[in-house]
Design a protein around this ligand. Structure first.
Ligand SMILES: [Zn+2]
Length: 64
């Protein structure tokens, strides 16, 4: 759970993601009416299926 924490965190290792971090997001595009608008961090917290940090993403690619 994110609680009051504004920071995004990695879905795999829970590392907090912040400015300057490259992130890998799995996102389902909503319909145009439901298009999320706002601070990107918050939008991602609400709508992203998964958010991975660079490390976890490269691990996932290697496993594959
Ligand atoms: Zn990670």
């Amino acid at each position: 759970m994110f609680g009051n924490n504004k920071a995004l965190s990695c879905s795999s290792c829970n590392k907090q993601l912040g400015e300057g971090d490259r992130i890998h997001v799995s996102l389902t595009l909503p319909s145009e009416r439901m298009m999320p608008v706002g601070v990107l961090n918050k939008v991602l917290q609400k709508h992203a299926n998964t958010v991975y940090c660079e490390k976890c993403n490269s691990k996932l690619i290697k496993i594959d």
